[in-house]
Ligand binder design. Structure first.
Ligand code: GUN
Length: 287
């Protein structure tokens, strides 16, 4: 069996078209959606993510403001910028790229963002709202995964879902979204005793582990839907320098019913959801 590929680029292009239309309608009313992005330090992966986010904004007709700080920046300086952006009615979304350098209290920074502008969905109030299945800004990666599952018509109610990874950014909110959608969710992580026992009984596996090509075909139930959140750059071997996911695509696609590729899977949907949250925030401000 060869699995169906869930094409994140195609879905992202379609959804970004709709978002650009909404952004244009807002701009015509004098409210151009605006996202402020803060990057602290020179982490190369973070720099690429921020560049991609800013470029995606421009393409969708969303204004972006970018603020770069040195790795040794004083937290108070960034906090002052956040206060300024919170108070600026022309700014609809605020994003602080993670991780932050060690002198920062990450939680304090995320809590300093106005909940109404928290387009990453990392503020404790938005996390709490999600856990209660209330309206909230949803974290972009897990939200993008839900859109992909929906677009591929993957049944969620009653499905056995396994999320590998328990981060605040992906694993935990992913588990909550799947739970809210009626799936029976197991969260696995680095301390899980027998990962294969769990993954082999799952109708849906979401891999957010951070280990290249970790999940092999023999750990997947035939016909399952496999969502690969990982983005790893291979260090050595014949594919050194190439991007790959947390799933061993070659063996997994022999077994899975549907699978997302890397690149071209979840990645483009993550940024798309950020654009959508920014437009939603601007639509609320324009009411
Ligand atoms: N670092 C890794 N993923 C993310 C994300 O989705 N948002 C932010 N702000 N930082 C990240």
């Amino acid at each position: 069996m060869t699995s169906r590929i869930i094409d994140g680029n195609a879905l992202a292009a379609q959804v970004r078209g709709e978002i650009a239309g909404r952004a244009a309608a807002l701009s015509a009313r004098g409210v151009q959606p605006c996202l402020a992005v803060i990057l602290v330090g020179g982490d190369p992966a973070s720099a690429v993510y921020v560049r991609n986010k800013v470029a995606a904004c421009e393409k969708a007709g969303i204004r972006s403001l970018r603020f770069d700080y040195a790795a040794d920046a004083a937290p108070a300086e960034v906090m002052a910028k956040l206060a300024e952006l919170n108070a600026d009615p022309a700014v609809h979304g605020i994003l602080v790229q993670l991780p932050l350098p060690p002198q920062f209290d990450e939680t304090a920074v995320l809590e300093a963002i106005d909940v109404a502008k928290d387009v990453d969905g990392f503020h404790a109030e938005n996390v709490g709202r999600l856990s209660q299945n209330r309206e909230a800004f949803l974290p972009c990666t897990p939200h993008g995964v839900m859109k992909m599952l929906e677009s591929a018509s993957v049944p969620l109610a009653g499905a056995e879902a396994v999320v590998i990874g328990r981060s605040n950014i992906v694993g935990k909110p992913m588990a909550m979204l799947l739970t809210n959608a009626g799936a029976t969710v197991t969260v696995c992580h680095s301390r899980t005793r027998d990962l294969g026992f769990h993954t082999r009984r799952a109708d849906i596996v979401v891999a957010a582990i951070g280990k290249p090509r970790f999940l092999k075909g023999d750990m997947i139930k035939p016909g399952a839907t496999v969502i690969d959140v990982g983005i790893n750059r291979l260090q050595d071997g014949p594919d050194a320098g190439k991007l790959c996911g947390d799933v061993d695509f070659a063996s997994a696609q022999e077994v899975a019913g549907a699978i997302t590729p890397v690149p071209g899977g979840v990645g483009p949907m993550t940024i798309t959801m950020l654009l959508e949250n920014t437009v939603i925030s601007a639509e609320r401000a324009a009411r």
